[in-house]
Design a protein around this ligand. Structure first.
Ligand SMILES: Nc1nc2c(ncn2[C@@H]2O[C@H](COP(=O)(O)OP(=O)(O)OP(=O)(O)O)[C@@H](O)[C@H]2O)c(=O)[nH]1
Ligand SMILES: [Mg+2]
Length: 446
């Protein structure tokens, strides 16, 4: 996802960096290149043009172009504008309404049924008692699929096997929820082509009867230019309250994500990053912008880690970070923790300094290799990585059955990570770390 944009933008940055002094013409040329990469990633033309114009204006507005415009400054401007394009500082949804009713609409195969399960799991984890209501009476096996999804996360499902009346199913579902104290009701609807008037009318009816708190369009991130029309059509019919982008783990070019919000004004609220119920999270414009610019996404990474990582290991690790004692043993633990989390390629993109291109596999093969390399080191080497000279590197490579360059790459990554950890050292650093950690309710003591 976004790999091509990220790659092109980072090349543009690299070229700027090589220039020393940066003129207005350099900036204009760089932006033109970025514009082309946005268009070839299927970003809507209007959105791309407005984005480039804003960045250009902002760069010139800073009155630095006549002198030197540091590359970082341009990166920052681009990043800020990307955040805007994605929805600015939108609030992260914290649901409290009871009952909470959510209607899911979208094209065939966009991920509605899967997303129904993901949402249910998220709401269940935040204290709701969810009920999935099966409103897809057209596709054979749609009901069974929803039931399986519900079973896999131990939530309830309401379905009527032989009914052909969706309005009744919705009414009965609501009654069933009330009678059984379910307070988050998610309606999974039939997939449709946006031109299908009959299905659009049907979902409008469902909306009228259910009066949902949220009406989400579930959209595949791989949609190209047509994503804009799809979003518009659904928005006209249903007054959407949000968009859920699915399959961000795939190799979609990402244009849909950048354009749908721009054209409809409807915020992207959640993203799906895999087939499993846990592969789902709230959408953060800032993090997405950072990820596109290849700057990693420490916050999302830590948050994800927070959900999965062993608490004790985490405490040990945070103590080490505090003392800047992070060594290869800890690196090994973090690799093993990352492996547990799944959705590798998605997570890799979140680690600073590691782009998806540097770790293209999504099955953890590279992780296993990294583990093997560290496991081929002696206890002293792991505790004091600075002693690993070229002779030791060759021996480690042999022991792990890998090439020397793999060992070098791992050590480079490790030293980068250690450097980042060190920036948290000292009184000032501890404050920085605490502020950083408090964002995810993670406590780091004095
Ligand atoms: N990789 C990946 N696959 C996904 C994601 N979300 C859904 N899928 C897959 O996409 C396919 C279609 O998902 P469904 O949930 O059945 O889609 P739907 O919109 O309910 O489809 P219809 O009911 O036929 O309209 C399934 O194979 C899912 O496993 C995601 O975020 N990532
Ligand atoms: Mg479905």
């Amino acid at each position: 996802m976004f790999a091509s944009i990220t790659e092109k933008i980072s090349n543009v940055f690299k070229n700027l960096r090589g220039l020393g002094k940066i003129s207005e013409k350099n900036v204009t040329d760089a932006l033109e290149e970025i514009r082309t990469s946005l268009l070839s990633a299927d970003v809507n033309r209007e959105a791309a043009d407005e984005f480039i114009n804003k960045v250009h204006k902002s760069a010139i507005g800073q009155k630095v172009l006549s002198k030197i415009l540091p590359e970082q400054q341009i990166v920052k401007i681009i990043c800020d504008e990307l955040v805007e394009l994605f929805g600015g500082n939108q609030e992260i949804e914290k649901y409290t309404a009871k009952p909470l009713k959510i209607l899911l609409a979208g094209l065939h195969g966009s991920g509605k049924t899967t997303t129904a399960g993901k949402l249910a799991l998220l709401l269940k984890d935040s204290g709701y008692s969810p009920l999935l209501v099966a409103c897809d009476i057209y596709r054979p096996a749609a009901i069974d699929q929803l039931k399986m999804v519900a079973d896999s996360i131990s939530v309830a499902c309401y379905a009527e096997l032989h009914s052909k009346n969706v309005s009744k199913i919705v009414k009965h579902g609501l009654q069933y929820a009330e009678d059984n104290n379910f307070d988050a009701i998610i309606f999974d609807t039939a997939g449709r082509l946006h031109i299908d008037k009959q299905l659009i009318e049907e979902i409008k009816d469902i909306k009228k009867i259910a009066s949902p708190n949220e009406v989400f369009l579930v959209a595949d991130a791989a949609l190209g230019q047509e994503s804009v029309n799809i979003a518009k059509t659904f928005h006209d019919a249903l007054s959407l309250s949000g968009i859920i982008l699915t399959k961000l783990d795939g190799d979609a070019r990402g244009g849909a994500a950048l354009s749908m919000k721009y054209v409809t004004g409807v915020p992207i609220k959640f993203i799906g990053t895999g087939e499993r119920p846990a592969d789902f999270s709230a959408f953060h414009p800032k993090r997405m912008a950072n990820r596109i610019l290849g700057m990693g996404d420490v916050v999302s990474f830590v948050e994800k880690a927070q959900q999965h990582v062993d608490k004790q290991e985490q405490e040990k690790l945070s103590k080490k970070i505090k003392k800047a004692e992070f060594d290869l043993n800890d690196f090994l633990i973090s690799i093993q923790q990352i492996k547990k989390m799944g959705s590798m390629s998605m997570l890799i993109g979140m680690i600073p300094g590691m782009s998806k291109t540097s770790m293209p596999d999504s099955d953890g093969k590279k992780m296993r290799m990294m583990e093997a390399i560290i496991q081929s080191m002696t206890i002293q080497e792991r505790a004091k990585p600075s002693i690993i000279d070229s002779w030791r590197r060759t021996r480690i490579a042999k022991g792990a059955g890998v090439e020397l360059k793999d060992v070098n790459a791992l050590l480079k990554q490790f030293f980068q990570m250690q450097k980042m950890m060190k920036s948290f050292k000292g009184e000032k650093g501890i404050k920085k770390m605490q502020a950083f950690a408090s964002q995810f309710n993670m406590h780091i003591g004095k």
